[in-house]
Write a protein that binds this ligand. Structure first.
Ligand code: BGC
Length: 759
């Protein structure tokens, strides 16, 4: 509904009975902040060309600003520029529009600040492994400060695509497989970028992307088809976006992908019905890079004009990188295929953000008004995030932590031990490898003259097949008391358009590990990667395995602290690790199915007797070779201490439909090291009008316990937490029986039960 219409209706005092969704839109529009008048005033003065200009975003020109761009800016033909981070050039661009264009409308300056700017934080998937919204919020806050110093006022983050496919390269940018975890952490990122006031110095507009369903690209191949039934879309893929909208995210990016036959960028169900009517979103939608133009490549439209039409009708406010809007909207309007009201609506959203950002008052950036990039505080936040992101997957016979006093020499091997660039991970346009602290550098510092470091890179890259340096690595291991081997994937092996069909450690890394194991020395593997890997071919040859994701600038100090037990590892997996890639998709919140496998009913391929009659093989849902369980479950991660869970209790085990229940349990540190634990709460709704997952995460808390200390944790489960979209696609609460678990992973066993009664 257009703002004009809303005002008209309100002014006339007409009691209008609208559909529920429209009432919502009316409420929101009516409550829209004070910029409505300013936006309307500008809109009234704008020519059609200037309006379409606001809807157009172009890529950075570089410096000097080319003449054709300067002319376009003066004409008001551009509303936003992406990828310019030279602050002088940014200010120059702003000056052209502000001082030389007719209406002086400032530019939105966009950039992908995905996991840090100069100071690089762990990849988002690593940040998700911290399960620490406060830290994630802080990470986004310092990223905003650093980006803002370059004149950036808008980032294309967070990426909150739920994904259950480790083959997909963009899983690195995601917050993992779970809608609840991705919602909480996505909101934390939005809050970190945007702060309380978008106009404040150092806050920038966020963009929740990619709306919607991109994470379900078939076979994990990027840009591939997506088919998600509406019920699953609503229960699994949309909740993080809904949460982001509720938290006030300024913008949303439409996905490249084809969703159920209607590409997301031309999908009115997503952007008109769900986003605006149902959720009352007040910000604006930007296309993905050339995703409007690509509507014809999808075969959804015949040509660019058709693409502009479909994207506008679907509700894309701004076109990124291509010019179908600039080229065709005027003609579409003249032909009566679209209306001026539709255009005004789209432009109003963009202008509103410019007002919210305070750009009309202060379009220029003075970097001196902002803290220095990569200052001590920023590095400390990056270190903490790296530390809390790392997940200890194996630790046999307490191979870790290494006891410094017992070491005379340590072998440091592998392609990721000392690579200032690769430890940063994907999507680090502005990341500065010069400030990276690598594990080798920090281990050398920590060793001092206490013990020697025998370093051999052994492989040029993680993909290398050459084995010439392996003998030297083995020799270094033989001459050392223990071996730390730094393995993984280089940055370029994950991220956009970098999907893999085989997710083993690439190159000859597994052979290297086997050779090192052959020395009889304890082998500690530290794996830096942008996705879950299948680790089966190395697990028998390592004594400990720390999964470090791509940790960013401060990889070195964080890893050294964990290796030497200064800190206990505390990250937990935000995504399931399969045993074999053929198990994908494999995730904890799966449905039960009619023939679930159990340890008793499953027979492994090696154990099936020859010529066994088919009828006696179990007939359960499993893979004969991989079984039915993953290598590591969602929420899993070891610590240097042990935690036990007991005394689960409920405030009541019989509730009315609209009542909440408090669940408590006691968590104890039963080991002898102070450490953080991530306490997780899972719920199962036993019977539903659509089948419900076997477990769903509904709460978590990171807490720190001293040895011997116990604490009672408390969670409240309210009606909203157990509501779900039913058969008719409405959010419902049903009476019935529920199970609730509190524990340290999705395998939590401590369980209580409650019943929700009919009204
Ligand atoms: C990606 C987006 C990104 C945009 C701008 C696209 O290729 O899909 O996530 O924000 O480029 O760099």
């Amino acid at each position: 509904m257009s703002p004009h219409l809303v005002r008209l209706i309100l002014a006339a005092g007409v009691l209008v009975f609208l559909m529920t969704a429209d009432v919502f839109a009316l409420d929101n529009a009516a409550s829209t902040d004070s910029f409505q008048t300013q936006v309307d005033d500008i809109l009234e003065q704008m020519t059609l060309a200037e309006k379409i200009g606001q809807m157009t975003q172009v890529n950075a020109p570089g410096s000097p600003v080319p003449e054709d761009l300067r002319a376009a800016l003066k004409q008001g033909a551009i509303g936003s520029i992406l990828n310019e981070v030279n602050v002088e050039t940014v200010n120059q661009l702003q000056r052209i529009v502000v001082e030389e264009s007719r209406l002086g409308i400032p530019l939105l300056m966009g950039r992908d600040v995905i996991h840090g700017f100069k100071t690089v934080l762990p990849i988002p998937l690593g940040q998700a492994a911290t399960w620490n919204p406060d830290l994630v919020r802080e990470g986004a806050r310092i990223s905003a400060l650093e980006a803002a110093a370059s004149g950036i006022n808008w980032t294309f983050a967070p990426m909150i695509d739920v994904t259950r496919d480790p083959r997909w390269g963009r899983i690195a940018e995601s917050l993992g497989e779970d809608p609840f975890l991705a919602s909480v952490l996505g909101v934390a990122m939005v809050e970190g970028f945007q702060g309380d006031n978008l106009a404040a110095t150092g806050t920038i507009a966020a963009c929740a992307k990619h709306f919607a369903g991109y994470g379900a690209s078939e076979s994990g191949r990027d840009y591939n088809t997506v088919n998600i039934p509406e019920n699953e879309l609503r229960n699994v893929y949309l909740p993080p976006f809904k949460a982001a909208v509720e938290s006030g995210v300024a913008t949303i990016m439409a996905s490249f992908s084809d969703l159920n036959g209607v590409p997301a960028t031309g999908n009115p169900f997503l952007m008109r019905q769900v986003l605006r009517r149902e959720w009352g979103f007040e910000g604006f939608v930007v296309s993905d890079w050339a995703s409007i133009e690509q509507l014809s490549v999808h075969g959804f439209t015949a040509d660019d004009k058709g693409s502009a039409l479909e994207a506008l009708k679907a509700g894309v406010n701004m076109e990124m990188a291509t010019t179908t809007y600039a080229d065709h909207l005027a003609a579409l309007l003249e032909e009566g295929q679209i209306s001026m009201q539709q255009i005004d609506e789209m432009v109003a959203g963009i202008l509103q953000l410019k007002f919210q950002l305070g750009l009309f008052e202060q379009p220029y950036t003075d970097p001196r008004a902002l803290p220095a990039v990569s200052n001590e505080d920023h590095l400390e936040i990056a270190r903490k995030a790296a530390l809390q992101s790392m997940v200890l997957l194996e630790n046999r016979e307490n191979a870790l932590p290494l006891v410094k006093e017992n070491l005379r020499s340590l072998a440091v091997i592998g392609p990721m031990a000392d690579d200032a660039y690769e430890q940063l991970g994907t999507w680090i346009f502005d990341g500065d490898p010069a400030i990276s602290q690598t594990p080798l550098q920090v281990l050398r510092e920590r060793a001092g003259d206490q013990f020697t470091i025998n370093h051999v890179r052994a492989m040029e890259t993680t993909r290398s097949r050459a084995t010439d340096a392996f003998a030297e690595a083995v020799k270094a291991a033989e001459n050392s008391d223990a071996v730390v081997v730094f393995l993984g994937e280089e940055a370029i092996l994950s991220g956009e358009a970098h999907s893999r069909a085989n997710i083993d450690l690439p190159g000859n890394q597994a052979d290297l590990v086997r050779l090192l194991h052959g020395t009889g020395k304890p082998v500690i593997a530290v794996v830096m990667a942008g996705r879950p890997l299948t680790l089966g071919n190395v697990l028998d040859y390592v004594d400990a395995l720390l999964f470090a994701w791509h940790p960013g600038t401060m990889a070195g100090p964080a890893i050294a602290d964990i290796l030497f037990g200064v800190e206990s590892p505390s990250g937990k997996l935000p995504v399931t690790f399969p045993r074999m890639v053929g198990q994908v998709p494999i995730y904890y919140a799966h449905k039960q199915g009619g023939k679930p496998a159990t340890a008793e009913t499953f027979t492994h391929i090696d154990d099936i007797p020859v010529r066994m009659p088919q009828s006696s093989s179990g007939f359960v849902s499993s893979h004969l070779d991989a079984g039915f369980t993953p290598q590591y479950v969602f929420g899993y991660g070891l610590s240097y201490t042990e935690f036990s869970y007991s005394e689960i209790g409920l405030s009541s085990n019989s509730l009315a439909l609209d009542e909440s229940v408090t669940v408590k349990a006691v968590v104890s540190n039963t080991g002898d090291v102070e450490a953080d634990e991530i306490v997780q709460l899972y719920v199962r709704d036993l019977v539903g009008n659509v089948t419900r997952p076997v477990k769903e995460l509904k709460g978590f808390q990171r807490l720190r316990l001293k040895p011997g200390e116990s604490r009672t944790v408390e969670f409240v489960i309210g009606p909203d937490d157990i509501a779900f979209y039913g058969r008719d696609m409405k959010l419902i609460n049903e009476p019935g029986d529920f199970h609730v678990w509190i524990g340290g992973s999705s395998k939590a066993e401590l369980r209580a039960e409650f019943t929700v009664n009919p009204k």
